[in-house]
Ligand binder design. Structure first.
Ligand code: NAP
Length: 242
């Protein structure tokens, strides 16, 4: 069995990605941190697409937790491979640098950047042995252009972009592509505190994006058709970034 693992699959963009990968024929491992009810809803949506769904709760920021959960899964599923990994779990905690608490820096970097390392590193060996795979990292416009009030988040996402480009070169020979997707403003719990009407005026498309629009790009990058695309950062932002 070839599986897709989506971190932060319980809500928002991650949930839409789980559904899209199920439509592509992948059984889906749905990671989340604490929202079991939302994760169960995602699992129902995956099953509605005719695929199996398995919940895999762990905090991506905690290496021991990540390793324990994934190694136990691999032990219980001998012969199965995680062929598609979507590092989507992320948080923001916006504050100007002058007022930033260490904890605000740490938690955002640990979740967005260390989280990608912790999960990817843990499944690296079996993925290399599979000699085929897709790693898709969800980054952000903030990681490309830097956003005031988001020094922590911009640094973490820029870090993931660098890692994406380096890892892509390391493992291309194994037929494994590594790409990043940089969304602009997407309607989800993460952006519900923002003034959508005011911000939409700055976006050429005049609206926030939908999680399903990001998921459609993930679906393509995860497909065999995208086999010659690697080390790229693809923006999806309604024309906001030039
Ligand atoms: P969201 O609605 O807030 O959902 C966040 C997801 O990440 C939830 O499933 C959450 O799990 C999970 N998560 C958070 N911390 C975690 C941890 N430590 N370990 C495991 N899972 C964790 O966010 P979203 O808008 O869908 O964002 C998804 C990704 O897109 C993030 O990487 C975000 O930075 C990026 N992004 C979003 C936007 C946007 O406008 N929305 C723009 C650019 C980039 P629980 O449900 O258990 O809490």
């Amino acid at each position: 069995m070839k599986y897709a693992l989506v971190t932060g699959g319980s809500r928002g963009i991650g949930r839409a990605i789980c559904v899209a990968l199920a439509q592509s024929g992948y059984p889906v491992l749905i990671n989340y941190k604490g929202n079991a009810a939302a994760a169960a809803e995602t699992a129902d949506l995956v099953r509605a697409e005719g695929q199996t769904a398995e919940l895999l709760p762990f905090d991506v920021a905690k290496k021991e937790e990540v390793q324990a959960a994934l190694q136990a899964w691999m032990e219980n599923n001998k012969g199965a491979t995680i062929e598609v990994l979507v590092n989507n779990a992320g948080i923001r905690n916006d504050v100007l640098m002058t007022f930033m608490e260490d904890e605000q820096w740490r938690s955002v970097v640990d979740t967005n950047l260390e989280g990608m390392y912790n999960v990817t590193r843990t499944i690296m060996q079996p993925l290399l042995m599979n000699r085929y795979g897709r790693i898709i990292n969800i980054v952000s416009l903030s990681g490309l252009k830097g956003m005031p009030g988001q020094v922590n988040y911009s640094a973490a996402k820029a870090g993931v972009i660098g890692a994406t480009k380096a890892l892509a070169q390391e493992i291309a020979k194994r037929n494994i592509t590594v790409n990043a997707i940089a969304p602009g403003f997407i309607a989800s719990d993460m952006t519900q505190d923002l003034d959508q009407k005011e911000l939409s005026a700055m976006i050429p498309m005049n609206r926030f994006g939908k999680p399903e629009e990001v998921a459609a790009l993930v679906k393509f990058l995860a497909s065999k058709d995208a086999g010659y695309i690697t080390g790229q950062v693809i923006s999806i932002n309604g024309g906001l970034y030039t």
